[in-house]
Write a protein that binds this ligand. Structure first.
Ligand SMILES: [Fe+2]
Ligand SMILES: [Fe+2]
Length: 176
């Protein structure tokens, strides 16, 4: 397997996006924790762990292909949010950006006939679909249940159930 220098650079950029996502989710989890949103705090800390796993997958891929994974410096993430809904909206928007960068990598691998990277990336395409559905499903709850204190409390308390529902629905669809 030989990766082009353009591909190595693009994957290293993706490593920095995954690292930034992980850091951003830790910052949201921390905001939730000090605001009293315990369910959301656990949710975002868990998301952060997933982003670290994504970063490691790319690191292993580059290193095992005889290239060098570069561990990036990361910018200070946003640490305050107007509301719980705003925090989840931020999460959805950052997932949408990451989906776009994954699709760009898929395009590049296809253009370069780099079938190894193309195949490796399919897991991430599926993962991004699940992540976007998860955040959309949570945001929809604000429309369905409401935005007053009690509604937001109920949403916060039901996050782990929402995550399990989305994940098992994706598994039923054969997406995982
Ligand atoms: Fe990710
Ligand atoms: Fe993600």
């Amino acid at each position: 397997m030989h990766l082009s220098s353009e591909m190595i650079e693009a994957i290293n950029e993706q490593i920095s996006y995954e690292a930034s996502s992980s850091n951003a989710y830790i910052a949201i989890g921390s905001w939730c924790e000090r605001t009293g949103y315990d369910g959301s705090s656990a949710f975002f800390y868990e998301q952060a762990k997933e982003e670290t796993t994504h970063m490691l997958k790319f690191i292993h891929y580059l290193n095992n292909a005889g290239s060098e994974a570069i561990i990036p410096a990361i910018d200070k993430p946003i640490g305050n949010f107007e509301s719980l809904e705003a925090a989840f909206r931020f999460g959805l928007e950052s997932e949408q950006k990451v989906s776009k960068t994954i699709y760009d990598l898929v395009d590049l691998s296809s253009k370069q006939k780099d079938y190894s990277t193309y195949s490796f990336l399919q897991w991430f395409v599926t993962e991004q679909t699940e992540e976007e559905i998860l955040f959309q499903t949570i945001l929809q709850k604000f429309d369905l249940i409401g935005r007053d204190k009690l509604a937001v409390y109920q949403i916060d308390q039901s996050l782990s159930a929402i995550r399990s529902q989305v994940v098992s629905k994706q598994q039923l669809l054969g997406q995982q």
